[in-house]
Design a protein around this ligand. Structure first.
Ligand SMILES: [Fe+2]
Ligand SMILES: [Fe+2]
Length: 491
């Protein structure tokens, strides 16, 4: 069974890699598309301007400048395409940041002797890899290093090679880094590594070494020590400004997701105190969703954070939800009005979105709030309403949606459906019985059309089922191994 799961996981992962984006692409508005095009033209002009300005008499150089213009213009297009392919949810603001950084770099490169290429290219790479991913950052580095506004006569080729290698290292590591402490380590180790490489390949001027003082360190261009020192300062500044960039451009870095998933965050503390049942449900859901997302190669940090906040809307009326009633009477029974009860259920989504806005949760995290319920029917209250009035419209008993737009939100919806059923299962139930229940719930969501936009393959659905089963087996194991008092077993 385990070998089969591993084999399907491998086939599935290679299949995913060969596919076009599986998430829905965020389309740009016309005005945003025009703005992006405009910035690309500006970058192309900056890159080819210098050649034209200096050698306007020479026809061959004018032609080469025109070629240069179209070259960088096409490169910008490829960069936007690759970034959208890596992360289809990138919006126009984030694309503008990506090409905006390219503009800054092209302007700084007009006079490469004033500032080292290392300091020009490496710090923006750190920002891009953190906010938009490794592949986008690597593409950005290639474009930034290939296209120069003027000839490369003044720059040592070894320095370019060191810049390229340092940038690639930052792009690869930066995409994986999950905490600000690790970022700090990178911002110290990369300049140190580049200093050592420069020392071996470029050597050092003895005068520079003996006359070293703080003013010299900051102002002396071309000295390998001061260049590495400047690189370290700029990388530290990139880390300091990262939270500001996150909020301005809506970037969701791994570090930000981890910070949001801290259970000491005021909103999560409120949830644990005011709605303890919902909080417990949330924690179990995290386990299920994380395992399934890991299995299909999705964004585990995003799904964990999304799961923690998916039901925060229940804070507006915790005791109207069964997990918080703790044996007390159900207010829905006293209300005895299925239509009103359905509105209260829908409210946990609407109020959740409001709370997410108030607490400035990133959009990717806030998306879990409406999408985990999709357009599901509120079966129990629809049944109650039909008992009273057979002709009542089903529309009033459906969540407003949208249906899950990404694999992560879809997994949360499936985990949300399976959590209560698995929790309620008999401790002695067999794996087969648990898998049967999981399959039944997942298949009902598929038949209901809730997973249309999340584009799961059959292999992925299988892996999700197996991962839910594995989590349930772990829970069952814990309950058998460490029982508490006889009448107070872990639930
Ligand atoms: Fe919910
Ligand atoms: Fe939930």
């Amino acid at each position: 069974m385990q070998n089969l799961t591993r084999l399907i996981r491998k086939i599935n992962n290679s299949w995913i890699k060969s596919q076009s984006p599986t998430q829905k692409l965020t389309n740009f508005k016309k005005i945003d598309g025009f703005l992006i095009l405009f910035v690309c033209v500006i970058i192309s002009i900056i890159t080819s301007y210098d050649l034209v300005a200096n050698q306007i008499q020479n026809l061959n150089l004018i032609i080469s400048s025109i070629i240069n213009f179209f070259e960088i213009f096409i490169c910008c297009g490829i960069l936007v395409y690759i970034s959208k392919k890596e992360d289809p949810t990138l919006n126009s603001r984030q694309i503008l940041l990506l090409i905006g950084l390219l503009i800054v770099v092209q302007i700084l490169k007009i006079n490469p002797k004033t500032i080292s290429p290392l300091s020009i290219v490496v710090p923006p790479t750190l920002i891009i890899s953190q906010g938009m991913g490794t592949i986008t950052a690597l593409s950005w580095v290639s474009i930034a290093l290939i296209n120069w506004p003027n000839s490369l006569n003044g720059i040592n080729e070894y320095l370019l090679l060191i810049t390229f290698i340092s940038s690639c290292i930052v792009a690869i590591i930066g995409g994986k880094i999950r905490s600000r402490a690790q970022l700090l380590q990178v911002s110290i180790l990369v300049p140190l590594g580049s200093l050592i490489c420069q020392y071996f390949f470029l050597g050092i001027d003895n005068n520079d070494l003996y006359n070293l003082n703080i003013q010299y360190l900051i102002s002396k261009q071309g000295n390998i020590i001061s260049d590495s020192f400047l690189l370290a300062i700029l990388m530290l500044m990139a880390i300091i400004f990262m939270p500001i960039l996150e909020s301005i451009f809506g970037l969701v870095t791994k570090a930000r997701l981890l910070e949001l998933a801290d259970q000491e965050k005021p909103l999560l503390r409120r949830l644990s105190i005011e709605a303890p049942g919902t909080f417990e449900h949330t924690l179990l859901l995290c386990g299920l969703a994380e395992e399934a997302t890991r299995m299909i190669g999705g964004n585990v940090d995003l799904v964990r954070t999304g799961a923690l906040y998916h039901d925060i809307g229940k804070l507006h009326a915790p005791n109207w939800f069964i997990e918080n009633q703790n044996g007390m009477s159900n207010p829905h029974d006293e209300l005895d009005n299925p239509l009103e009860s359905a509105k209260i259920l829908q409210d946990h989504v609407d109020k959740g979105i409001q709370i997410a806005r108030r607490y400035r949760l990133p959009k990717q995290v806030a998306n879990f709030i409406p999408e985990h319920q999709g357009t599901l029917k509120m079966g129990y209250f629809l049944f109650k309403a039909k008992e009273k009035d057979k002709n009542i419209s089903e529309k009033n008993f459906k969540y407003k949606g949208p249906i899950p737009q990404s694999k992560e939100t879809a997994i949360l919806m499936l985990a949300d459906g399976c959590e209560a059923a698995l929790r309620a299962m008999d401790i002695n139930a067999s794996d087969k019985e648990a898998l049967k229940i999981i399959s039944k719930i997942i298949n009902s969501r598929i038949q209901d059309g809730q997973l249309i936009d999340s584009n799961f393959s059959i292999g992925e659905i299988y892996l999700i089922k197996i991962s839910f089963l594995n989590v349930w087996k772990r829970i069952r194991h814990r309950r058998i191994q460490y029982p508490t008092a006889k009448n107070n077993s872990i639930s």
